[in-house]
Design a protein. Structure first.
Length: 202
């Protein structure tokens, strides 16, 4: 497949398509590679998706963590489908809701044939939680391309950044240079994020 690169402004046509309530549900239209955005509830998935596509409000940013309850699919040009995966680890969700979300996410990550890569979001201010580490183990089973993305880079001072990146990398056993720091507020990491997605689908 020929990969369409972003224009000089970094913009490709992007739109919300549909929400999948089952991991095996088809996406209408020509088949495209799928890139998942996954992480804990309130890690900033919608903000990162907006940063990636260069639009302020393509994905709605909710003030209520854990609100996403389906696989929300967006088209990014002719490059791929971007899939906003329900956040894990939201303690206020009911037991039945947490179980159904977990099954949806696990089936999608492990069995979706068009899934080509995962942008794994982690909050730079905190070390990976047990839920984060469990999700990392799931990704390792699938042996799929994964880019760990540290969100909310503007929330910590520059003097503490290297320390936080090293700490998170140590927990995940990932070299610090392989962790991408981003900020939806300052647009930090936008081009590197796009490069990662293009590499996943090339």
């Amino acid at each position: 497949m020929k990969v369409q690169a972003p224009s000089q402004r970094g913009l490709l046509p992007s739109e919300y398509l549909l929400s999948l309530v089952r991991a095996d549900q088809p996406i209408p239209g020509p088949p495209l590679p799928e890139i998942a955005l996954a992480g804990r509830a309130n890690v900033g998935k919608s903000s990162l998706l907006n940063l990636l596509v260069g639009r302020r409000a393509l994905a709605r940013v909710s003030a209520t963590p854990g609100k996403t309850r389906a696989l929300n699919v967006f088209r990014w040009g002719d490059v791929c489908h971007l899939v906003d995966v329900p956040g894990y680890g939201w303690s206020k969700a009911g037991k039945a809701d947490r179980a159904s979300w977990r099954l949806l996410v696990e089936h999608y990550v492990m069995e979706r044939p068009m899934l080509r890569g995962v942008l794994w979001l982690l909050d730079i201010r905190h070390d990976p939680s047990p839920d984060d580490r469990a999700f990392g183990a799931l990704l390792a089973q699938r042996k799929i391309h994964v880019m760990p993305v540290l969100t909310k880079g503007d929330k910590i001072g520059r003097s503490k950044r290297d320390e936080r990146v090293a700490s998170i990398g140590g927990v995940l056993n990932v070299a610090p240079e392989n962790l991408l720091v981003t900020s939806a507020h300052t647009r930090e990491g936008q081009e590197a994020l796009r490069d990662a997605v293009l590499a996943f689908v090339a």
